[in-house]
Design a protein around this ligand. Structure first.
Ligand code: ATP
Length: 140
């Protein structure tokens, strides 16, 4: 059975939307395997976002992600990787479809699309890598 790493980003936590994100994951029928509020450091975030290193938004993204606590979640279920990305909506909250987390709850505050409430792993390889990074005890 598939697992994915979800992060409620600092904007989601500070706006009090952690519970809403968990509610949507559970309402969809996925199981919560791990839920932990943490403040990430540079080392963790640089590994987490390694594929974006060198891009202009990389450092602002890392700085934003360590600006406050994030809620790290491992969710489980059949096709949960694709399923959570569908729940989240597209990267840019302005155009993310209504009904999605980003579409319903996110907007562009003039800070481009760095602050888009949630992260979800985008493939089985990313999910395995990200879960091992955030929850070493769940690596498999
Ligand atoms: P995530 O992986 O967080 O679910 P995603 O797959 O929709 O998001 P990616 O292209 O993997 O988006 O980018 C990772 C994150 O980097 C985005 O969620 C967003 O926070 C930030 N980001 C992406 N593109 C930009 C950009 N052009 N300007 C600012 N931030 C960006």
């Amino acid at each position: 059975i598939q697992r994915t790493l979800v992060l409620v980003k600092p904007d989601g936590v500070s706006r009090g939307l952690s519970g809403e994100v968990l509610r949507r994951i559970e309402a969809k029928g996925y199981t919560l395997v791990a839920v932990e509020l943490r403040t990430a450091d540079d080392a963790l975030l640089q590994q987490h976002y390694a594929e974006h290193e060198g891009k202009p938004f990389f450092q602002p993204l890392v700085d934003f992600m360590k600006s406050g606590p994030v809620l790290a979640v491992v969710a489980e279920g059949h096709r949960v990787i694709e399923g959570f990305r569908s729940l989240a909506g597209t990267t840019d909250p302005t155009v993310a479809a209504p009904g999605t987390i980003r579409g319903d709850l996110g907007r562009d505050w003039g800070l481009k699309v760095t602050q888009n409430l949630v992260h979800g792993s985008d493939s089985e390889d990313s999910a395995a890598r990200e879960i091992a990074l955030w929850f070493p005890s769940l690596a498999r």
